[in-house]
Design a protein around this ligand. Structure first.
Ligand code: PEP
Ligand code: MN
Length: 360
């Protein structure tokens, strides 16, 4: 990211201000779509309207979307507000219907981008059509699968493609509905910096109370946009009731967002930033050298243990390492969780290296 300007420009985001997509999880009734979209338009804080027309649900017997009936409602809101509209498509038939009703952007849901056959089917359906496509991350944290879905649309000639980060399914996760694993989206941006990246805090959080915080994090990480589920009556929504907010709350949330208008062309600011980055780079180099040195000693210990028929893992020693590191970490302002993760990673590598020596 060295030397990269603070704000990216791409087909979706033309200024430093992130693009905002808002609308209900699902289109339910004509009145619900109209009232919600009108409220969003009145807030003046959204650029694009969204609604789910076909809903891929985890369990059968729940509301699976209003279907084609909802498309004229979205088209009516497009005409009335002048805002582009986007819907999710999961198969070729959806694409055909969405195009017939003049949807402006199509998005691929997380349960679809996980399946290359389904993605390919949709890609074939948009071959030769000039329509932007947004690809949500697959439900599992697999960067290649996400990039692969994007490539399928590139191969059929789609020129305007973007990604949506909506978090990853993880049964051990307690805080979020879908664990964000920000680094994965950051890796995506590093690999494809020219593609817009949108944050979907609604599906990451699964609740209202963390929405502001996660949206702000997306903005702070220089995402190109936000997708926020908005409903006239969230508590009574037919899908994702817990995470939707009213158009009024939405308007206030976007208003309260802190936009970081960095002066990327100011030479002295750039210079100070470059200086601090070079300090970080130096420290990273030192860390790598130190870790290399540590592993060298671990290998020596491995030889020693082998020659004396000792086992690799000595739980008492590991406990001692961890406790010492926690104390040191604490006095250096490092969280206990971080220190434990870091030490575990280092210890795993030591064990691997010792294991190789024991088996040689
Ligand atoms: C949605 O956007 O309403 C949706 C179904 O999201 P996801 O594909 O991220 O689960
Ligand atoms: Mn939803």
């Amino acid at each position: 990211m060295e030397g990269q300007t603070k704000h990216r420009t791409n087909w979706l985001r033309k200024t430093e201000i992130p693009v905002v997509i808002a609308g209900p999880c699902s289109a339910e009734t004509e009145e619900q779509v109209y009232e919600t979209c009108r409220g969003i338009a009145a807030s003046g804080k959204a650029d694009i309207l969204r609604a789910g027309i076909w809903k891929p649900r985890t369990r059968p017997g729940t509301f699976e979307g209003i279907g084609i009936k909802g498309l004229p409602w979205m088209r009516a809101m497009k005409m009335e507000t002048g805002m582009p509209v986007t819907v999710e498509v999961a198969k070729a038939g959806h694409v055909e219907a969405a195009l017939e009703f003049e949807m402006d952007i199509l998005w691929i849901g997380a349960r679809t981008s996980v399946n290359p056959f389904a993605v390919q089917e949709i890609a074939e359906a948009v071959r030769g059509v000039d329509i932007p496509i947004l690809v949500k991350n697959p439900i599992n944290p697999d960067l290649a699968l996400w990039l692969g879905a994007v490539e399928r649309f590139e191969r059929v000639g789609i020129e305007k493609i973007g990604a949506i980060h909506r978090g990853f399914s993880n049964s051990a996760e307690k805080v979020y509905r879908n664990r964000p694993q920000w680094q994965l989206a950051i890796d995506f941006m590093a690999k494809r910096p020219e593609l817009p990246m949108i944050c979907d805090p609604s599906h990451i959080c699964g609740n209202r109370h963390m929405l502001q915080e996660v949206s702000q994090k997306g903005v702070d990480l220089n995402y190109d946009g936000l997708m926020i589920e908005t409903h006239r009556d969230p508590d009574n929504a037919w899908s994702d009731a817990k995470q939707q907010i009213t158009p009024e709350v939405f308007g206030k949330m976007i208003t309260d967002m802190v936009l970081r208008h960095g002066k990327e062309d100011d030479a002295s600011i750039q210079h100070s930033l470059e200086f601090m980055r070079s300090e970080i780079n130096q420290i990273d180099t030192d860390l790598m050298n130190l870790l290399g040195e540590r592993m060298g000693i671990a290998r020596k210990i491995g030889e020693f243990k082998k020659n004396n028929s000792m086992t690799i893992l000595q739980p008492k020693r590991w406990k001692e390492i961890l406790e010492k590191a926690q104390v040191k970490g604490d006095s250096n302002n490092l969280s206990a969780d971080f220190v434990s993760k870091l030490l575990r990673a280092i210890h795993d590598e030591s064990i691997d290296q010792q294991e190789k020596i024991m088996q040689s």
